[in-house]
Design a protein around this ligand. Structure first.
Ligand code: FAD
Ligand code: SF4
Ligand code: SF4
Ligand code: SF4
Length: 391
């Protein structure tokens, strides 16, 4: 039976609306607090030993990973932080022994799920001990760029903003003295908005997690008050059933019209992702070597792109050694330094954006890596995440 016992009332494949009965969680939650309530039940019932989630640090730009073992502390993790660009699987590998001995619950975006799957393939993570609650993801915004965008495009002091949300295609801020929304399309045309890897991303509803939770498809009197939950696994079915039984979660069947709308929004997001791929990859293809040479000429060989990549970490130490073509201390490094890494991730890059986001020289590494992987996918098998995702 795995982590959970008994026969669940909810089944794999069910589509439901869910919300919490816990007043404290409800107050802080994004859309009814189902995710946090499910974690509360998971900890209280000892289905997991700890929950790895994200909570607000100093301000809305400061998304911090936190490991919770006391269910009373979970309310502090409720709410969505759209400037939270972290990738959680690497924390499980690095600090939690790859979940080899402890059962860990993790809230995941699509790129987190893909990171877990790739780490599991490399035997760095024990997926049997992981429960994943997925959140649908339209995209996240780099915290540094968000501050600049809020100052330049919204004309608001970024330090005065206490809440942000992405709703109906707008980035919306609440600040001392008012609130303001600007369409994401307009922001992205101006070079702001979602990270460039997120624009190209097609992991929208994370069905490879145990549950996929989000706003899309919640209509009628539950709009804004509940989360749409797709039950994607037996583990997920047990978790929801147990939480309902314990009283922390309430559910009802999803409205069929809402289900249809959710499918349409997902389809529209795929089209948008394809549009950005065409835009980014065509421009890159027109001037490939010049662009890669020009951009990587700034490289200071700090290894951050290697160390933070979920799929090339095993090679991190090897990639630091001298070879016939790559010499320690040579700056900028010989092109082979980057070519070798591109070869390494050519069939596994999950387009999570960590290499680009954490590059101190702002080199668009995720663009190069993603383009190479998509080209590879077009020709070779096996394709990344073939079972559930388009690319
Ligand atoms: P809560 O009970 O409020 O719990 C939220 C959970 O999300 C907590 O566990 C929290 O730690 C975690 N979390 C917060 N920020 C992050 C982050 N950056 N990365 C990983 N985990 C995080 N739904 C849609 O239908 N369409 C969208 O386009 C969409 N985009 C999203 C983009 C981001 C970056 C995030 C984080 C969520 C997005 N969602 C989207 C999901 C939606 O905002 C809610 O998270 C979901 O409906 C669950 O609501 P809740 O009240 O049950 O969650
Ligand atoms: Fe969301 Fe995809 Fe960006 Fe990850 S890469 S934050 S899943 S849009
Ligand atoms: Fe993520 Fe970059 Fe590694 Fe690709 S190469 S998986 S975008 S860190
Ligand atoms: Fe070079 Fe940037 Fe990678 Fe550092 S993170 S090694 S500067 S490309």
């Amino acid at each position: 039976m795995g982590l959970f016992g008994g026969t669940p009332a909810v089944k794999k494949g069910d589509m439901i609306y869910a919300w919490t009965n816990d007043a404290e969680i409800k107050k802080k939650a994004e859309l009814g607090g189902a995710v946090t309530a499910l974690w509360k039940h998971a900890l209280e019932s000892k289905a997991v030993d700890a929950v790895l989630a994200i909570r607000k640090g100093a301000d809305i730009y400061d998304a911090q990973p936190v490991l919770i073992t006391d269910p009373k502390e979970l309310a502090s993790t409720a709410g969505s932080l759209h400037c939270g660009t972290l990738l959680l699987p690497k924390y499980v590998k690095k600090y939690l022994d790859g979940a080899k001995t402890k059962k860990i619950g993790v809230t995941v975006k699509g790129c987190d799920v893909m990171g877990f799957l790739e780490l599991a393939k490399r035997k760095q993570i024990n997926l049997d001990n992981i429960v994943m609650i997925g959140v649908n993801c339209g995209g996240s915004v780099s915290p540094i760029l968000a501050r600049k965008m809020i100052a330049d495009k919204f004309g608001v002091d970024p330090d005065k903003v206490h809440k942000e949300e992405i709703d109906k295609g707008q980035f919306i801020i609440e600040y001392e003295g008012g609130h303001k929304g600007i369409s994401m399309d307009e922001l992205e045309e101006a070079g702001y908005g979602r990270r460039s890897n997120c624009r190209r991303c097609n992991y929208k509803i994370p069905r490879q997690a145990d549950l996929a939770c989000g706003n899309w498809g919640v209509i009628g009197d539950k709009a804004g008050k509940a989360t749409f939950v797709e039950v994607c696994s037996e583990k997920g079915a047990h978790l929801v059933s147990g939480a309902v039984k314990s009283g922390v979660l309430a559910t009802e069947a999803a409205n069929p019209k809402g289900l249809e709308m959710r499918g349409k929004v997902e389809g529209a997001m795929f089209k948008l992702g394809d549009k950005w791929r065409k835009h980014d990859f065509t421009a890159l293809g027109a001037n490939l070597w010049e662009t890669i040479n020009k951009e990587t000429s700034r490289c200071i060989k700090c290894y951050s792109c290697i160390e933070n990549c979920p799929v090339c970490f095993t090679a991190a130490d090897e990639l630091k050694k001298d070879t016939l073509m790559i010499k320690r201390g040579e700056l900028p490094p010989n092109s082979m330094f980057h070519l070798r890494r591109f070869a390494h991730i050519s069939d596994t890059c999950i387009n999570c954006g960590q290499c680009e986001e954490l590059c101190p020289m702002d080199i668009p590494m995720a663009l190069f890596s993603h383009a190479i992987r998509v080209e590879g996918d077009a020709a070779f098998e096996p394709k990344l995440g073939k079972a559930a995702y388009t690319n």
